[in-house]
Design a protein around this ligand. Structure first.
Ligand code: GLU
Length: 475
């Protein structure tokens, strides 16, 4: 019986809980506070009918609110053929810790709709999304100041625009209606740089890691990012942007890209943009001329490489394959790609893991900027951009007058140009990611009880959250 219990696979939620408990132990948090932090505050399940092609179809959706210590509670909504309450709760919990780690003043939340979006037309998806939104509004699970969703797997700008529009129709008097959801198209109150944000954040994490010589040495690595060999799993929104930026701007060589039905390999490096274009056209990597395709996708994770970036689903590295992983550094772009048991094995093998709860926070960071933009009703940079240009020109003129020399044309643009919204978003994202990395690294380096980045990240999150519980008291 006990043996059975031991061998039973942990659910996603239990995996997250075990990882958090490891950090709770370090902090010696009392059991009451620990339980208050760990438990999911509320969970909504809805079942609703939609008439599709003349037939009534029932849909099931969830929205979990893990924490309310900061409001609104924030997190994406995923549309997937496999999603359940346990998964949504686990993802909501990760959002709580994620926001705390990168200093985004939100609680954690997550939603899911059980659906295979590829089986429905655009109009049908719109009908389903609007109906789901109605359910969320009616039950108090959607509001600019309280509950604010965002895109996740299977959803994007389009769905967010439908959600905002449905909310607006229900609450036309709410002047802040655009802030009820983030990840919207720019024409509907979205912010520039939100689509690329999570992938861009992954790039900033990796850059910061390689800037830190101690961190590189601790991981048993050396040198910079240029020509490092990488394997990535998943070329969706997050994986694509992370791989594109790392290869085009940092010289990382992607020797393998893994998809659900196979992998592409090329020891000279794969052109990520070309592969993505191929995938958009054919919905498979099969037939891609810039590498060799084979159907054995899982073995890609075990290839000899410097960086392994799981950017697809949870529970991809488990006790089954952890022993065979050869990468020195795992960068968790997906949520929960390494299970608790696999994490222990990898730690013993001295594999460094940069954890999901920090690595993929770029999305919610830029969602935070979008939310502020919506509440302030003004685009970032609108007031300052031309003023900065005028000042830049004055500096240049002064410099040229004083030195009697002319500043070369190619410098001029950089000096004179005022920051636009995208510049500011990227700068804010980079700053948040760098600050968080340094906090996590220092915590890991200075505390002998902590042996990995994940525990260090959770320690930071729990410290911040418990402080807010203790300061405010629980009533
Ligand atoms: N779905 C994204 C995440 O898991 C973004 C959440 C948000 O922007 O609120 O972090």
């Amino acid at each position: 019986m006990n043996q059975n219990k031991k061998n039973k696979k942990l659910s996603f939620n239990q995996n997250v809980e075990r990882m958090v408990e490891k950090a709770m132990k370090v902090l010696e948090i009392d059991p009451g506070t620990a339980a208050a932090i760990q438990s999911c505050n509320s969970i909504l399940q809805v079942k609703f009918p939609v008439k599709i092609r003349g037939q009534i179809e029932m849909f099931t959706g969830w929205r979990a609110v893990h924490s309310n210590h900061r409001l609104p509670s924030k997190g994406g909504i995923r549309y997937a053929p496999v999603v359940n309450q346990d998964e949504v709760e686990a993802l909501a919990a990760l959002m709580t810790y994620k926001c705390a780690i990168v200093d985004v003043p939100f609680g954690g939340s997550k939603g899911g709709l059980l659906i295979d979006p590829s089986k429905y037309s655009r109009d049908e998806l719109q009908q389903i999304t609007r109906r789901f939104t109605l359910e969320l509004c009616r039950k108090g699970f959607l509001s600019p100041f309280y509950r604010v969703p965002a895109p996740d797997m299977g959803t994007g700008q389009r769905e967010m625009a439908w959600i905002a529009d449905t909310y607006k129709h229900l609450f036309p008097e709410d002047i802040n209606y655009t802030a009820c959801v983030t990840g919207k198209p720019v024409e509907h109150g979205g912010i520039r740089g939100r689509v690329e944000a999570t992938g861009r954040g992954v790039q900033y994490v990796v850059q910061e890691f390689f800037r830190n010589e101690d961190a590189v040495k601790r991981a048993g690595m050396s040198g910079g990012l240029d020509c490092k060999r990488a394997v990535i799993q998943g070329l969706g929104n997050v994986g694509f942007h992370a791989a594109k930026f790392l290869s085009e701007e940092n010289g990382v060589k992607f020797i393998c890209v893994i998809d659900w039905d196979g992998k592409v390999t090329n020891s000279d490096g794969i052109n990520i943009q070309d592969l993505r274009n191929h995938w958009i056209k054919h919905k498979t990597f099969r037939g891609f001329s810039g590498g060799v395709f084979d159907e054995d996708s899982v073995s890609g994770l075990e290839m000899d490489c410097d960086l392994l970036i799981p950017a697809a689903l949870e529970s991809q590295i488990t006790i089954e394959n952890a022993d065979r992983i050869k990468a020195k550094l795992i960068v968790e772009a997906a949520n929960g790609p390494v299970t608790y048991e696999a994490d222990k094995i990898l730690l013993k093998k001295n594999v460094t893991i940069l954890p999901d709860v920090y690595v993929n926070a770029g999305g919610v960071i830029v969602s935070y900027f979008e939310w502020i933009r919506n509440l302030s009703h003004i685009r970032f940079g609108r007031m300052q951009r031309r003023y900065e240009e005028v000042r830049g020109n004055s500096y240049l003129n002064a410099l040229e007058t004083l030195t009697g020399k002319t500043v070369p044309e190619h410098f001029k643009n950089d000096v004179v140009r005022g920051a636009d919204e995208l510049d500011l978003v990227r700068s804010g994202l980079d700053d948040s990611m760098r600050n968080a990395f340094n906090e996590i690294f220092t915590t890991l380096r200075d505390d002998d009880r902590i042996e990995d980045y994940r525990t260090a990240a959770f320690v930071i999150a729990i410290r911040k959250i418990s402080r807010s519980y203790l300061d405010l008291g629980i009533y």
